[in-house]
Write a protein that binds this ligand. Structure first.
Ligand code: HGY
Ligand code: MN
Ligand code: MN
Ligand code: MN
Length: 428
């Protein structure tokens, strides 16, 4: 046993993996696209149903549940010293269009199962344990990634910006939040900001969303850092016109400007000199979108990341220069070049890394120290609490697509390491 004050021991940690899988399968049915894909967008009816499902499970696990103004949900297991900063864990359940059923979900349902596992083992927490469902990690609806955890980390500027934020259907953030039962009597979101020292540790369980652990046959990833993400919105405008009648020398084609900038993104990333630089144009829309009409407007959204913040910022500036040069050359106007987010990387806390490593060793699970190329709510929780992440392998590293898959064994290992890590941190 790790701590005589608790009758529990490593061997008594038994995960009800079948039940966890059943819950994952049931949660995946709350989706706006047909199985096996999952689409679950912030504040939609399916999101509300999924939230209700999670709150019910938190209640069944004996957690006391509270929600903040934007729908971050907290399930708390009171410890013997409730006045001490709590130990938190959690992740997200929102899912980008046509994605899978494990991204984020493993860190929410798995966290609740970790609580159940500790309860079954007779563990008694000293520091309270909290499971957090972050209201929206994906940028899908309002273009803002990690919206809930950004606000928890104290996003004054974001709280203000949300007052004039609308989604693609021109629905305001607050109308959407109210339709889901949040932000009822306020548009002042400062109540969401976490008080300093709320948590002594935050640990997130997540699928790797990369192929390394599976390829190397290692069951546990211990994350040491999270790469620095950034996203940019760009719009070009030209005269458009008739695809037959306007001769090539008289054109200023906004669509070709967007196409050229997309290739420039790839070029600037590849010329960074590091394999750790990535860039993606995941959204590219042409207006009016008719085959025989020269695009008069184009809208593209660029996602670029690197574990080195400086290198990533250089790429962003090169993209900006290219956007201006292309606009000039093609005689279109660059009507928007807006950096939506340009976040620093986050480092995991050394003592939490050690706790996760010790937990893996005690469970006879080999582990690998690694960085996370995907961003997570942990990136922002790291601003207000010591942070750590536990990765489990996922099939061929697939994620953000319906083929995303994590085996019951891998999930069970991850839940055990999470449970043991939470126990250690709770007794500190
Ligand atoms: O895009 C990301 O890195 C995260 O999975 N949403
Ligand atoms: Mn994701
Ligand atoms: Mn995720
Ligand atoms: Mn080690």
């Amino acid at each position: 046993p790790i701590h005589e004050s608790n009758s529990y021991s490593v061997s008594s940690l038994s995960v009800d993996a079948q039940n966890l899988q059943k819950q994952i399968d049931e949660l995946s049915t709350f989706s706006d696209t047909p199985a096996p894909s999952v689409t679950r967008i912030l504040y939609t009816e399916k999101d509300v149903l999924a939230r209700r499902f999670i709150k019910n499970l938190m209640g069944l696990s004996g957690l006391s549940v509270r929600e903040d103004a934007v729908g971050n949900i907290f399930g708390r297991w009171e410890g013997s010293e409730p006045e001490l900063p709590a130990v938190a864990t959690g992740s997200h359940i929102d899912a980008i269009p046509y994605s899978g059923k494990y991204d984020g979900v493993v860190g929410v349902l798995g966290a609740i199962e970790a609580i159940n596992t500790l309860k079954r083992s007779g563990f008694k927490p000293k520091r309270s344990l909290e499971v957090i469902l972050f209201t929206s990690e994906e940028p899908t609806r309002f273009g803002i990634s990690c919206l809930g955890s950004r606000l928890l980390a104290g996003g004054d500027a974001l709280a203000k910006a949300l007052k004039r934020t609308v989604d693609g259907q021109n629905i305001s953030f607050f109308d959407a939040a109210r339709s889901a039962g949040y932000a009822k009597d306020t548009d002042d979101l400062s109540s969401v900001f976490l008080k300093k020292g709320s948590y002594s540790a935050f640990v997130e369980l997540h699928i790797e969303q990369g192929p390394i652990l599976e390829e190397e046959g290692i069951p546990i990833g211990v994350v040491t850092a999270i790469a620095a993400p950034a996203s940019i919105k760009v719009e070009f405008e030209g005269n458009g016109g008739h695809a037959g009648a306007v001769l090539m020398p008289n054109r200023n084609d906004a669509g070709l400007a967007a196409a050229e900038l997309s290739l420039a993104v790839e070029r600037h990333v590849l010329e960074s000199g590091s394999i750790d630089s990535v860039g993606t144009v995941g959204i590219l829309e042409l207006h009016p979108g008719a085959i025989n009409s020269i695009p008069s407007k184009s809208h593209l959204e660029i996602d670029t990341r690197d574990i080195d913040e400086q290198r990533r910022n250089i790429i962003i500036e090169k993209i900006r220069q290219s956007a201006n040069a292309i606009a000039k050359k093609r005689r279109v106007s660059l009507t928007e070049f807006k950096i939506i987010n340009q976040d620093p990387p986050a480092l995991s806390d050394k003592s939490i890394v050690e706790a996760m490593e010790a937990a893996s060793k005690e469970l006879n699970l080999s582990h690998k120290l690694m960085i996370s190329r995907a961003y997570h709510d942990s990136l922002f929780m790291a601003r207000v609490s010591p942070m750590g992440m536990i990765f489990i392998p996922c099939y061929k590293g697939y994620s953000h697509k319906p083929e995303e898959y994590a085996s019951i064994d891998n999930m069970s290992n991850g839940v055990k390491v999470l449970a043991l890590t939470l126990a250690k941190l709770s007794l500190e």
